[in-house]
Design a protein around this ligand. Structure first.
Ligand code: ADP
Length: 283
């Protein structure tokens, strides 16, 4: 069953539960319980989220790949591929939006993150921030009140989780400080592997510090479900350690629909020049 916003604990709840602890370092922003109520960090299969939009870690072709891209295309069905074919690809550091088709999410935002070591640290950070910013703008432009990000570029594209999380969280924090961000009710950082979740738990207090540290252990009246309980109830949370997960699909080939199978979503393993520039040559 797909998880709705009600199933996904907010950062405020994670602080209260002590799942996330305040940082020893000085936060870069002032505490805001209103903002902490609009942020979530979960470890979950993003294809199982019934939110307004999910953000795919796509490649420049937008025609599918491995990792989260493959999982999203499989769950959305062939119509997603057909719509992606009409988009004419996407620049690195930007994003494009499609419908969600058979996914529980209404929209899919396809963001093309940087390949870390090809870009170098500074360029990569700018491009990654561009992905997050453009995705947030697209969500607002398309009346999506909730958006769940996969951990862009931290898979095959090799972006270190700690660095990537800092860029992601800061970009979201800046966006939520803008006026039009009122149109967003919830921004969810949806990790799949423990290394990414750990990075988010460590770094999120720098940008979204706890608003009521003194109240952290006091149960609010009417709180019937503890956050940790909510986290454990999320469907299909990964149970394997990252190192053991062969199935996270970091492919050396790309899945492509054949020309003569327009009506059926038949995929074949096929070397692709666009992909060779990105994922396949780096595994
Ligand atoms: P990239 O090429 O941008 O690195 P990947 O798909 O390899 O893209 O990885 C991006 C992130 O998506 C990684 O953190 C990976 O663990 C995560 N991921 C893989 N499958 C899923 C999934 N089903 N749901 C959410 N995140 C996923």
């Amino acid at each position: 069953m797909a998880a709705t916003l009600d199933d996904i604990p907010t950062l405020s709840a994670l602080y209260k539960d002590k799942t996330v602890l305040p940082s020893d370092d000085e936060p870069a922003y002032k505490p805001s319980s209103a903002l902490n109520d609009r942020i979530s960090v979960i470890r979950q299969d993003i294809t199982k989220l019934a939110v307004d939009s999910i953000v795919n870690a796509a490649n420049n072709s937008l025609l599918g790949g491995g990792g989260v891209d493959g999982a999203i295309h499989r769950a959305a069905g062939p119509k997603l591929y057909d719509e992606c074919e009409t988009l004419d690809g996407c620049e690195t550091g930007s994003a494009k939006i499609t419908d969600g088709y058979e996914l529980p999410s209404r929209k899919v935002i396809h963001a093309v993150g940087p390949i870390y070591w090809k870009e170098g640290k500074t360029n990569a950070a700018e491009l990654l921030a561009g992905c997050y910013r453009t995705s947030l703008q697209l969500a607002v432009d398309n009346n999506c009140r909730s958006i769940a990000f996969s951990a862009l570029s931290t898979g095959v594209y090799g972006y270190p989780s700690d660095e990537a999380s800092l860029v992601a969280i800061e970009t979201v924090r800046k966006f939520l400080g803008e006026e039009r961000a009122d149109k967003l009710d919830r921004v969810i950082f949806c990790n799949f592997l423990e290394k990414d979740e750990t990075a988010y738990f460590k770094n999120i207090p720098l940008f979204f510090p706890p608003a009521h540290i003194d109240d952290a252990s006091v149960e609010e009246p009417g709180t019937s479900t503890e956050p940790s309980e909510m986290l454990s109830q999320l469907p299909d949370a990964p149970t394997e350690d990252p190192k053991d997960v062969e199935d996270v699909e970091q492919p050396s080939t790309k899945k492509q629909k054949t020309d003569d199978t327009d009506d059926d979503f038949v995929v074949v393993e096929k070397e692709d020049a666009t992909e060779a520039k990105s994922k396949s040559e780096i595994v």
